[in-house]
Design a binder for this molecule. Structure first.
Ligand code: DOR
Ligand code: ZN
Length: 343
């Protein structure tokens, strides 16, 4: 059995830099036509000059003949200049701006502490139609880690939306029924959903021993939340689209007393998604989720190229890890046999 869809895009991806970039980029470029590239390098991609230089490094690392276009983002800081952002958008260099609350996740120290200090930039973005991608977790140490997304919606996102209702917002990597519900209640709001959050819940992370390769932020939640995400992703609503949040860290950095947050799923994402959509009797909606809804939200055309998924009766194997110049990176293990390949 085969399924041919427009070539998918990844609306949330970490490519890193240097040897890690060279190692992981081919994994995404194999199946995906475009990706929104996260700016949380060290130091972060803050200015249009940073984004242009990073884009050039990505293009230089692409394998010969790859059909892949990086869509660049700027990391919003309290010092971000509205004019620089507007110029980067007008030139076509930048597709979105990323908001990390300071301290929310990997390399987010330069993120926003006081939202009053970014009001001018956000107003400019609303005016020019440049989307804001939001890492939606509060960082207040008194808020339980499993509640941080829901509390962010109430304390930060909803007030921000009321102040600037015309700003297009992408709630990145939603992990809760609260996130799904908020998207459905709003105009101008979309959400990315990762491959792994459609598959694992917090038991997978913590029962029978701690599974560091399932640790990411936002952290996987209860099973009822995973089900809400599957319903949203497979339900055909155009406000939900794929953002893998594939986030490589080397095995020594994951398998450590203080392991890094991030799941690397670029290698087998389409096979995992085909499984999830097949189980939900929604294979005909996979194209919408992976290839159509994202471009529509961003005001872009869907890819002209196609990707064919083939279902095999016997399980197929994907590598358990990939070797990069920075070290080995473990590939997401969905915990069930995969039957799909791509070409
Ligand atoms: O798990 C995560 N890893 N969540 C993020 O928000 C950042 C990412 C990373 O950069 O490793
Ligand atoms: Zn991310």
């Amino acid at each position: 059995m085969t399924l041919t869809i427009k070539r998918p895009d990844d609306w949330h991806l970490h490519l890193r830099d240097g040897e890690m970039l060279a190692g992981v980029l081919p994994e995404t470029a194999r199946d995906f036509g475009r990706a929104i590239v996260m700016p949380n390098l060290v130091p972060p991609v803050v200015t249009s000059a940073d984004a242009a230089a990073y884009r050039a490094r990505i293009m230089a690392a692409l394998p010969e003949g790859a059909d892949f276009q990086p869509l660049m983002t700027l990391y919003l800081t309290e010092a971000t200049n509205a004019g620089d952002v507007a110029a980067a958008h007008a030139s076509g260099l930048v597709t979105a701006v990323k908001l990390y609350p300071a301290g929310a996740t990997t390399n987010s120290d330069s993120g926003v502490r006081d939202f009053d200090n970014v009001q001018g930039v956000l107003e400019k973005m609303a005016e020019i139609g440049l989307p804001l991608c939001v890492h939606g977790e509060v960082t207040d140490p008194s808020v339980d880690i499993f509640d941080r997304e829901a509390v962010f919606i109430d304390r930060v996102l909803d007030p921000l939306r009321r102040r600037i209702p015309d700003l297009k917002v992408v709630m990145e990597h939603i992990t809760t029924a609260d996130g799904v519900g908020y998207v459905l209640s709003q105009d101008n709001v979309g959400a990315t959903i990762t491959t792994h959050h459609l598959i694992i819940n917090r038991n997978d992370l913590l029962v029978g021993g701690i599974h560091p390769h399932y640790y990411c932020l936002p952290i996987a939640k209860r099973e009822e939340h995973r089900r809400a995400l599957v319903e949203a992703a497979t339900g055909g609503d155009t406000r939900f689209f794929l953002g893998t949040d594939s986030a490589p860290h080397t095995d020594p950095n994951k398998e450590s007393a203080c392991g890094c947050a991030g799941v690397f799923s670029a290698t087998n994402t389409m096979a995992c998604l085909a499984h999830v959509f097949e189980e939900a009797n929604a294979l005909e909606r996979l194209e919408g989720f992976a290839s159509l809804h994202g471009p529509a939200f961003y005001g872009l055309e869907p890819s002209a190229a196609m990707l064919t998924l083939t279902r095999h009766a016997d399980p197929v194997t994907y590598p358990a890890k990939i070797e990069t110049g920075a070290g080995p990176v473990t590939v997401f293990d969905p915990g069930f046999p995969l039957h799909w390949t791509t070409s």
